[in-house]
Design a protein around this ligand. Structure first.
Ligand code: GRF
Length: 215
């Protein structure tokens, strides 16, 4: 961490629609992010993220995680690590991946697994955070990009972006407003990582100043 600029070799894990994956791919294609998406993996056989990966000609695979619904069992975890290594991935990006990451995967990619969460952590960890924020009566919501540790949504925070919660918001309108910010925040966090500008000090992420001549 905190070294010079590199081309990130990204592996993406997702369970849903893949809009964050698309925002990352778009940033790469527009020359805004020095990275390559090597492979996309999903625990959901018919997830839209796999379809979207195919449209972008990115290798993708379904990982059978049965019989568990929220866990990545040892076998599925090993399979993920094998595939990510085979594609020489150095950065694992969780984009709506609905399973808990266990020590096996964490140890295979120390300080190289990143997640996006649809709330301003540490408020509202866990599932459907935008619903939690609306039901709670919060006035601000947002998203957080963070390094992944052993906890649920507890790792060192890289970037946060906020949005207002409006009086007539529904779950859908609020989530849509948060997603607009997610699609800015995720490529930006990865850009900082690729530029070697992130350093973790005692769980705080320091964003180093841009060095002259950097991309
Ligand atoms: C996002 O809201 C993200 O914050 C959460 O899951 C959702 C994934 O959306 N972790 P998408 O599949 O990237 O569209």
């Amino acid at each position: 961490m905190g070294k010079s600029a590199v081309t990130l070799k990204i592996g993406i894990l997702g369970s849903g629609s893949g809009s964050n994956m698309v925002s990352i791919v778009d940033a790469i294609e527009r020359g805004k992010l020095n990275a390559e998406v090597k492979v996309v993996l999903s625990d959901v056989r018919d997830a839209k993220i796999l379809e979207r990966a195919q449209q972008h000609r990115i290798p993708c695979q379904w990982i059978d995680c049965a019989p568990y619904r929220t866990k990545l069992d040892d076998q599925a975890e090993q399979r993920c690590v094998q595939i990510l290594n085979a594609y020489e991935v150095d950065t694992v990006v969780l984009a709506g991946f609905m399973r808990i990451i266990k020590p096996g995967l964490l140890q295979a990619f120390p300080e190289r697994i990143i997640n996006i969460h649809p709330a301003l952590l540490p408020a509202f960890p866990g599932i459907q955070a935008w619903k939690q924020a609306l039901d709670y009566g919060a006035k601000l919501a947002g998203c957080t990009v963070h390094f992944v540790d052993q906890g649920t949504d507890t790792g060192p925070i890289i970037i946060q972006r906020s949005v207002p919660i409006l009086p007539d918001d529904t779950y859908e309108t609020l989530h849509a407003r948060i997603q607009v910010e997610e699609h800015i925040a995720y490529p930006e966090a990865l850009r900082l990582l690729a530029a070697g500008r992130l350093r973790i000090n005692d769980r705080k992420v320091e964003i180093l100043k841009e060095s002259r001549g950097a991309p």
